[in-house]
Design a protein around this ligand. Structure first.
Ligand code: GLN
Length: 478
């Protein structure tokens, strides 16, 4: 199976070695072959893909300039709205939901020439770390189909890793781009909070949710971020900070950069197959001429508890809108209240219900101060840890996930164990900083390991530059 990249697609289309329509057909064929097992795609949109591919082929025929993602087959996580295309959030409650508009990120991808193939499976409302919380069945990891792809953007990660899309959009609230990227062995990036518009992203926890790219190289991640980043008047939290050209930034030399190693991320929870790879990965940066410094991030231990208070609180509020009246599934009852109850009882899965209950509890009168308010204060302390660290260093290096891909079913009965999958990723989510996971060898020679690079707010270019240098130095093959 040929491995297409954004650049090779664009060149092949410009040289008329392949048409955008032929390429889309090739990817649909791959999907037909592999998706029955992988379950990475929930909905395909061949009509929309064909309209877009024809537009690109028309540009080629007319010898018009090609946009940066001309003809690139992409996949979109099913929590991101697509006009006229079913968007389920991996939930029964939105089984037949067809959005009336596109998310800004989707609109920008299409304007840049990308061909949207379909919508990818995910944990229900993006709540999970293994993709086993989807109402439509788990996704399998293409590296080992007995294992999870990570979550919650497991379908996007698996689709790209299996060659069923050249790039994909995912969302990250506490690790859902970076962790599946790590477990499937591909680069995956979360920009700073505010860097990419959330307009059209169906909310889980609004102060944490971010949209970002998966691809098979850091260069392609940068190419997608170039397109989706930037101010959007329809998302008031998106910022006006200028977007540099990430593609030209990535090849800048990394020599002399100061990289912090926070020792709080190297404790006893790390798998023994992961640790040596991360250590070897850090050594690559030393060889590239970076300066490695120990840094202290004292509030790291509180990150999981803080995240699961704030994220559930926001989720309980955001998910109140699914009442059987305006969206999706409705189960009738004898009264309005019983209709609400029956609809929500039948429409939501166990993890979503657990989070709504937890979130309602931490926001309730009498417990608000003890949990939600305290959580917000600790969140500030965690953000302060990052600010302090970035006084001394240009970026931070950590593992992405404490463990490589685990077996399907292995953790489903233990939510706490599942929550610990996010131990290294939630900190950056709470602090709003950008982070990437980049392939860093394979545990026991088989299962991919991800190295996480955090940068200061709006330091995406720095993060990409380091990830690119690492990749070029052979980081994936350690
Ligand atoms: N795994 C984390 C959770 O379950 C993160 C999910 C995400 O980033 N969307 O909340």
């Amino acid at each position: 199976m040929s491995a297409w990249t954004i650049q090779s697609v664009r060149e092949a289309i410009a040289a008329k070695n392949v048409s955008a329509r032929e390429l889309a057909a090739e990817f649909y064929k791959r999907i037909q072959e592999r998706n029955p097992l992988l379950n990475a795609f929930l909905t395909l949109c061949p009509d929309r893909a064909s309209t877009q591919a024809q537009r690109i082929d028309g540009l080629v025929a007319a010898k018009k300039p090609l946009p940066p993602l001309a003809g690139v087959p992409v996949a979109v996580k099913d929590v991101i709205s697509t006009r006229g295309i079913r968007t389920t959030c991996g939930s029964k409650i939105l089984e037949n939901h067809i959005p009336a508009y596109d998310a800004t990120a989707v609109e920008r991808l299409e304007a840049a020439g990308a061909v949207i193939l379909g919508k990818t499976n995910c944990d229900e409302f993006a709540m999970g770390s293994s993709n086993e919380n989807s109402a439509y069945g788990p996704v399998r990891n293409p590296v080992d189909t007995g294992r999870v792809p990570g979550g919650s953007s497991g379908g996007s990660a698996a689709a790209v890793a299996a060659g069923l899309a050249v790039a994909a959009l995912g969302t990250d609230t506490g690790g859902s781009i970076r962790q599946p990227g790590a477990l499937c062995g591909i680069p995956a990036m979360m920009g700073s909070y505010g860097r990419v518009s959330r307009f059209g992203l169906i909310a889980f926890a609004s102060s944490l949710d971010r949209i970002g790219p998966f691809a098979t190289s850091v260069r392609d991640v940068a190419a997608v971020l170039n397109i989706i980043a930037g101010r959007d008047p329809r998302d008031s939290t998106s910022v006006t900070t200028p977007v540099p050209d990430y593609l030209s930034e990535i090849s800048k030399p990394v020599k002399g950069l100061r990289l912090g190693i926070p020792k709080e991320y190297f404790g006893s929870g790390m798998d023994k197959g992961v640790r040596p790879k991360i250590t070897a990965g850090i050594e690559i940066f030393r060889k590239l001429g970076c300066q490695l410094l120990d840094v202290h991030m004292p509030h790291t231990d509180y990150a999981i508890a803080t995240y699961y208070i704030i994220a559930t609180a926001e989720a309980s509020s955001n998910l109140a809108r699914y009442d059987g009246v305006r969206y999706g599934v409705r189960v009738n009852g004898d009264s309005l209240l019983s209709m609400y109850r029956k609809t929500r009882g039948a429409g939501f899965g166990a993890e979503v219900k657990r989070r709504i209950m937890l979130g309602t509890y931490v926001l309730s009168a009498g417990y608000y101060d003890a949990y939600y308010l305290k959580g917000q204060k600790v969140r500030s302390l965690i953000a302060q840890d990052f600010r302090d660290a970035f006084q001394k260093v240009d970026a931070l290096l950590t593992p992405t996930s404490p463990v490589p891909a685990f077996r399907l079913g292995e953790r489903v009965d233990d939510p706490l164990q599942m929550y610990l999958a996010d131990i290294y990723t939630v900190t950056g989510s709470l602090a709003g900083v950008p982070g990437i996971s980049v392939p860093c060898g394979k545990a026991s020679g088989k299962l991919p390991v991800g190295l996480q690079i955090f940068g200061p707010p709006f330091g995406e270019a720095r993060v990409l530059q380091l990830a690119h240098a690492f990749e070029q130095a052979g980081g994936a093959n350690l």
